[in-house]
Design a protein around this ligand. Sequence first.
Ligand SMILES: [Zn+2]
Length: 252
Amino acid sequence: MDIARFASDLNPTSLLFLEDSYLVEFKAVVLRSSREKRRSYICLDRTIFHPRMGGQPNDEGFLECVDGRIHIDKVFISGGVIVHVGSIVEGDIPRLGETIYGWIDWLKRYRIMRRHTAGHLLDYCISKILGKPIHTVDVWMGDPCYTIYDECIDVDDISSIEYEANSIIRSDRNVYAIYMDFEELQHLYPDAPNLYRIPRGLEKYRIVVIDGYNGIPCTGTHVRRLSEIGTVKLVGVEYIENRSKIYYDVHP
Ligand SMILES: [Zn+2]
């Protein structure tokens, strides 16, 4: 299936997870559906399924319609349109205009949320310990979870970074999203680690703020309070030319 062609000429999907990362179930209207053998492809007017994007693995879950049930295991975004892809567990795919019910695998999602907020916090801590702004090159919140920094981070600094992060987690700050244009973003958060690589020309940017620490342009799902991370553990570092790939995870 050509995902871009399948999603073409539909209006952008309303991304419910941007306003509330804690939604586990939802209802939506089917705008397009198709099947190839046991695989189904579905576009909805709105969704809680986060696609594989911004370092987050896609959510998994189920969509249930009058005629059947589909296990969603891949979620793509193309031109702002989310395409839910999965195997038909029972019956058939939903019909155009039908209202369907869906839910996500919350354990998988919540772990991603905790890792994602921990990643933003590590960005702050690394910049603080190194005493200068740092750039991130790539992030991945699947297994194994890591961030690549455009900097050689000394292995001796790793325990200080981890100690700093866990101290801040214990202060249990709020985490929330605010919206602003690019000019305001550059003015308020000039040291955001991904500022140099985010797309330009958007009307509004979503900034995820760890209260009192940092703000990073981000469309991901995050926890509401730092204490939800639990403990962050830096599990290894790999050097690739002048870059450091830091592996980390959250516990318990
Ligand atoms: Zn992020």
